[in-house]
Design a protein around this ligand. Structure first.
Ligand code: TXA
Ligand code: MG
Length: 290
């Protein structure tokens, strides 16, 4: 038996509608991946170009296997190590996955998100959820339900509120179709994690080799100009680890104490800077690994 918000979400999704859902990385704008009309709506609501493909979300590996040609040994190794979690795998798709989801590619992106509400939601559906991040194309990704309603209030019937996203940045995307896995988008899981935890060497795709995967010239962008690597002056915003002091007159937007906290608070801090109408936000990247 389910009830409340979850039951409403199940109903809306079965009815072909687009809703906001929580994940451990960022909130997603989700719909039935097998319903082409619903998938088109996702692109329209987000104002996303149709050449930028979507990730499919599942609750378990067995369900994924229905939609891919081969779940090879590298994919299995990665899946067992990191799912549910902030990892997306690219695999060869079969004919059940509509071309609109993959922008015509024979590869499909799949993941099992680590959020109890969304896992429960997925278990009540007999189709995967296509879900990009729930932000207008090119803007800051949402890490709270309220961010999603701020963006899309009138355009979607519901946001399933699952609290603040515990990771706060997008999943790592790995192409698993060749012998050596290739990291297409960096995220919480790094090349070093793969080496240490799985004894698996991966290569990182070169800049400009892809038109998507966070490689657009402008992405995750606030209205303020962002400067990386130098500290702020009076009147400018600053995002930096807690060990860094705030220069006189600068506006401190975040002072995270760890790399994890840095990731979790980054997008909210950028959003805060826009709310305050700042012209420039300075970011000093965290030290250490990850
Ligand atoms: O953490 C995440 O992955 C979040 C949550 C909601 O799951 N989703 C997310 O989706 O970041 P989105 O749409 O903002 O980014 C998906 C990216 C695309 O821009 C593209 O780079 C890559 O995933 N992608 C998806 N399908 C692909 C495909 N068939 N081939 C190559 N890249 C693909
Ligand atoms: Mg996105």
């Amino acid at each position: 038996m389910i009830g409340g918000a979850l039951e409403v979400a199940v109903k809306l999704l079965k009815d072909g509608q687009v809703i906001g859902i929580p994940t451990e990385t960022v909130y997603g704008l989700a719909a039935n991946a097998l319903n082409e009309k619903s998938v088109v709506s996702i692109f329209e609501i987000k104002n996303r170009p149709f050449f930028d493909p979507l990730i499919l979300h599942f609750s378990d590996i067995a369900s994924i296997q229905k939609y891919v040609l081969d779940f090879n040994s590298n994919a299995l190794k990665l899946a067992e190590a990191f799912w549910p979690g902030p990892l997306t795998l690219l695999l060869n798709k079969n004919e059940l996955v509509p071309d609109i989801v993959t922008a015509g590619s024979h590869l499909v992106a799949v993941r099992i998100p680590d959020h109890p509400l969304t896992l429960s939601l997925l278990r009540h559906l007999d189709f995967p959820l296509a879900a990009p991040s729930a932000n207008p194309f090119g803007t800051i990704s949402p890490t709270e339900a309220k961010h999603v309603t701020d963006y899309f209030n009138e355009k979607i019937p519901m946001v399933l509120d699952g609290g603040i996203c515990k990771n706060g940045i997008e999943s790592t995307i790995i192409d698993c179709t060749n012998n050596e896995p290739t990291i297409l988008r960096s995220g919480f899981i790094t090349k070093n994690h793969l080496a240490k935890k799985l004894n698996l060497t991966a290569k990182i795709i070169g800049e400009n080799q892809l038109q998507f995967s966070g490689n657009f010239k402008s992405h995750y962008s606030p209205k303020a100009k962002v400067v990386i690597g130098e500290s702020a002056k009076a009147g400018e915003g600053l995002i930096a680890s807690s060990v860094v002091e705030t220069p006189d007159g600068a506006i401190r937007l975040a002072a995270p104490k760890s790399i994890e906290e840095y990731a979790r608070t980054l997008y909210s801090a950028l959003r805060e800077g826009d709310k305050e109408g700042l012209g420039v936000i300075h970011i000093l990247p965290p030290q250490g690994e990850g």
